[in-house]
Design a protein around this ligand. Sequence first.
Ligand SMILES: Nc1ncnc2c1ncn2[C@@H]1O[C@H](COP(=O)(O)OP(=O)(O)O)[C@@H](O)[C@H]1O
Ligand SMILES: [Mg+2]
Length: 225
Amino acid sequence: MALEVTQLCKDYPTRSGPLAILRNATLQLEHGDALAVMGPSGSGKSTLLHILGTLDRPTSGSVRLDGKDPFALPEQELADFRNRHIGFVFQDHHLLPQCSVLENVLIPTVVAHAGGDTEQWARELLKRVGLSDRLDHRPAELSGGERQRVAVARALVQRPALLLADEPTGNLDRRTAQHVGQLLLDLHLQEQTMLVVVTHSAELAKRFPRQLEMADGSLQAMEAP
Ligand SMILES: Nc1ncnc2c1ncn2[C@@H]1O[C@H](COP(=O)(O)OP(=O)(O)O)[C@@H](O)[C@H]1O
Ligand SMILES: [Mg+2]
């Protein structure tokens, strides 16, 4: 799958008129590409990621996944499409506290009524993120880094073509952040997913083959440090 984003604009209505957050943001990703997006707080990075993930609609401009416009789908089909093809990791893990590690990873497959080898694949993913011995633990029994590793496994359980991560290491200490960041890159390579990571960490961004900066509402080449 390829992702093509053209002249994306997003306005938010305010009392004093529309506030332009994205202004002609343009981006292309091919199958298996990885991109780090940086930029100051409030510059529209999360807004962009939500639109790429079809969680929010642009004011104008287009998003094409595999040449198709996901926003043309009826709401339920769009939700199915998102569940099947797009994985998310957020700054907060968003794990369900009452569910075990394994159950949390399986949630997207339950929603999709996916059959087949899903549990075996969930166990394999948890092995790859180093949590094989924690399958029955609750999120409260894990460290912050471990919770985020569960969130990474959950994001990949449907074998998405596109993996989106919004400051996935923002709440972690430096060492743990490095570990989780490297896991995202390793899994992206193993699974050949397209990966877009929003990060404030220059250390993480520089490990990506490509970096862009959100500035004035659009994506620009990074200034050399
Ligand atoms: N639902 C919303 N309604 C109005 N303004 C919003 C909404 N969501 C985000 N914004 C504004 O859009 C700007 C960009 O936000 P965001 O995309 O979260 O930035 P970033 O992730 O780069 O910090 C901010 O000024 C924020 O206040
Ligand atoms: Mg944000």
